[in-house]
Design a protein around this ligand. Structure first.
Ligand code: FIX
Ligand code: ZN
Length: 416
């Protein structure tokens, strides 16, 4: 294929990035088979916890009053507060507008009831197809928690397959709340006790293996506080060493660590009450160095950890860094982090995941990120063209496919 001319570079990169079909490696979405666990529609978009946090900064409402409202009432208040009484340019507000706009709705009408009507006329199956089509997402990895009774029941019953969704076994309760969950695991037929004996480890391993198989999970995942240390004398560290790592090795799946949540600094905000704290990169260094046969996917929440995390990835081929997580998922910060990662790691990263909690969010999270990633990529290609390098469209296509999913699938298949 012919070389890309310098004057065409921007439009070629934009087109390829715009059209690539994405693997979204971390979402909180479910297949339609999970019933009302799959959130969609304008009221869900408006009551996203990011927007709830922003509403409390302006609205004259106390926490109890807000939580007593119906979802529709909450959405009405959020719409009035963030979209009518103020201009909606925060990233999460802008996201709602992008979704409505890309669905073909008239954002200038500001007619919330008309938007509600659009969704009322759709079935969930129809709408899943619409969102995957508009967002050009090929497939998405869910977050699947066997400790959640509602979710557990769906898996136990057997859930209808939707080939666009993959499972990830999420194990936060196991690592964060062992003193309460061990008895649950016991009640499910695994012979564990609270003290961490060899038999208990073996039974926890059996429990994890069974759920990986039941879900056909592509990785195991946990979100950890900024105080996470490893190695450590904690129950958490022991369970990682004796259960998580051996099972991940045995099943040849990555362990995904999302590190840096300063949990519930304002519990009145519920899901929106978590903040961020700087974490210790030494834990990641230690895990990658001491468990070379384990694969690790890592994202960190604080901006301050980003550079050292990219440096660690240069040292260890068993580490794949991913996404601009949560409070980092803002244009200025995605731009900065993506530039730095490209400069240190080329295309051996997953620049972004959506973290979508509401199906519709696939549309805006990817539309916004595609633009930023294309822009950074253009600058990097331009720099090497300035040095005399010649690029073909095929090469750009190859790189973009890696960045938007290929690197993830390659990592899953990689031999260590
Ligand atoms: O732990 C996680 O996976 C976090 O991404 C979420 O639980 C968090 O609440 C969120 O929605 C961030 O985007
Ligand atoms: Zn998440």
């Amino acid at each position: 294929m012919a070389a890309v001319k310098e004057q065409d570079l921007r439009s070629v990169v934009n087109r390829i990035v715009d059209q690539v079909r994405i693997t979204d490696v971390h979402t909180h979405l479910y297949t339609a088979g999970f019933g009302d666990m799959l959130l969609w529609g304008v009221d869900e978009l408006l009551t996203y916890h990011y927007l709830i946090a922003e509403t409390f900064r302006y609205a004259d409402v106390n926490y109890d009053e807000f939580w007593k409202m119906s979802k529709k009432e909450q959405a009405d208040l959020i719409w009035k507060t963030l979209f009518i009484d103020n201009s909606p340019y925060s990233e999460s507000c802008r996201g709602v507008l992008t979704v409505l706009h890309e669905l073909g709705l008239d954002v200038s009408s500001r007619d919330l009831d008309a938007y509600r009507q659009y969704f009322a006329d759709k079935t969930v199956d129809e709408y899943v197809d619409i969102v995957f089509e508009i967002s050009r997402v090929k497939n998405a990895v869910m977050t699947n928690d066997p400790f959640d009774e509602k979710e557990r029941a769906v898996w136990e019953k057997g859930v209808k397959k939707d080939e666009r969704f993959f499972a990830a076994l999420r194990i936060d309760p196991l690592l964060i709340n062992w003193e309460n969950v061990w008895s649950k695991i016991k009640s499910w037929g695994y012979n564990v006790e609270e003290s961490l004996t060899e038999d208990t480890y073996a039974e926890v391993r059996r429990f994890l293996s069974d759920w990986i198989e039941k879900m056909d999970a592509v990785y195991m995942a946990v979100s950890l506080s900024n105080k996470f240390r490893y190695p450590d004398d904690s129950v958490q560290a022991k369970l990682i060493e004796h259960c998580i790592l051996p099972v991940c090795r045995d099943k040849n799946i990555p362990f995904a660590l999302m590190i840096g949540v300063n949990r519930q600094i304002n519990p009145d905000l519920r899901l929106a009450g978590d903040a961020v704290g700087k974490s210790d990169i030494e834990a990641v260094n230690y895990l990658c160095a001491n468990y070379p046969k384990n694969k690790f996917m890592v994202t960190m929440l604080s901006r301050e950890n980003q550079h050292e995390l990219a440096v660690t990835a240069r040292k260890f081929r068993n580490l794949l860094i991913f996404g601009c997580w949560w409070f980092l998922n803002n244009p200025s910060i995605i731009d900065e982090i993506t530039r730095m990662r490209f400069e240190l790691l080329g295309s051996s990263i997953i620049p972004q995941h959506s973290d979508a909690r509401v199906l519709d969010q696939l549309i805006y999270k990817w539309s916004h990120s595609r633009k930023i990633i294309a822009n950074v990529l253009y600058d990097k290609y331009k720099d090497i063209m300035d040095a005399g390098w010649v690029l073909t469209e095929e090469e750009i296509q190859r790189d973009v496919e890696k960045l938007f999913g290929g690197a993830f699938w390659d990592f899953l298949n990689k031999k260590l």
